[in-house]
Design a protein around this ligand. Structure first.
Ligand code: GUN
Length: 287
């Protein structure tokens, strides 16, 4: 196939993210003008994990681009759960902060779920609070985890039909797999959730109209595991010697897909622009 033929199948996450950011920027300007409110995001990073530091930096840069105030709270690796929750309580009560994001993973010894529970659900920019997760499950989509919501936006932007289609999700994390399944079931897809214990993964992936892979296993999905004409989202990231790899063997799988995300430049940029959208939403919802 010519490069042009392949290019037309590749979902351009950076371009979509730019479009979404432009929408958010406009919304931020309007909110400032109409109500004098500047949306504010506080991020909390515990420890020194280099990947987490990079993700937080990217989120702050995005805030700057769209006009959102961003506060960067850096806590030492030795921070206790109680100390972390105290910081969150302070942010919960601040009127200038409309989104609170605790970068994951947290150091050992801190209970992630206890931390998520302490975030005011109306400032839960990541959508990880059990209240927001429960709302998603019953079809009330407010703060929905950013990565699956970014995948949904891309499906919509590219005009992919969801209703009645078989969507197969590989990976059952709380951050991607489970909320992705809820988002697609809410739109009447038939959803299979596969994971590391699935007996015959290929049987499922071969039948997928929409395949979403979020495992962190480099090139897990090969060309002989996907259906001709399927739509494929690669959420995985593996870094090896300065190179970044997805969960999909892109160079070979692209030949069979009708649409596919690259790594990098696919799902990642969308995730961050959805986060910006959520901070704006949090600010708009204040009285
Ligand atoms: N770590 C990996 N993905 C995410 C995410 O979407 N949000 C946060 N807070 N931490 C993460």
């Amino acid at each position: 196939m010519s490069d042009e033929g392949i290019d037309s199948k590749i979902i351009d996450g950076r371009k979509l993210a730019k479009k979404l950011e432009a929408e958010v920027k406009k919304g931020v300007e309007e909110l400032k003008l109409d109500r004098g409110i500047t949306p504010g995001l506080a991020t909390i990073l515990v420890g020194e994990d280099p990947a987490s530091k990079m993700y937080v930096r990217l989120k702050h840069k995005a805030c700057e681009r769209v006009g959102i105030y961003a506060e960067d709270i850096l806590l030492p690796e030795t921070t206790t759960q109680e100390e972390l929750i105290e910081h969150i309580n302070t942010l919960n009560s601040r009127d200038d902060i409309h989104g609170i994001l605790v970068q994951l993973p947290l150091p050992e010894g801190i209970n992630e779920q206890a931390v998520m529970l302490s975030i005011d659900p109306s400032k839960d920019a990541d959508g990880f609070h059990p209240y927001n997760m429960g709302q998603l499950l019953i079809g009330n989509e407010g703060f929905v985890p950013c990565t699956p919501k970014g995948v949904l936006r891309a499906l919509e932007e590219y005009g992919v039909e969801i209703q009645g289609k078989h969507a197969v999700i590989v990976g059952h994390s709380n951050v991607v797999g489970k909320p992705m399944a809820a988002i697609l079931v809410n739109r009447n897809a038939t959803v299979s959730i596969c994971h590391v214990y699935t007996d015959d993964l290929k049987k499922f992936t071969m039948d997928a109209d929409i395949l979403i892979v979020a495992t962190g296993v480099k090139h897990l999905i090969k060309a002989d595991m996907v259906k001709e004409g399927s739509v494929i989202f690669d959420v995985g990231i593996t870094e090896e010697e300065g190179n970044v790899y997805g969960d999909v063997d892109f160079d070979n799988v692209v030949k069979k897909a009708s649409l596919i995300t690259p790594v990098p430049g696919g799902v990642g940029p969308m995730t961050i622009s959805i986060l910006m959208q959520h901070v704006l939403m949090g600010a708009k919802n204040t009285n």
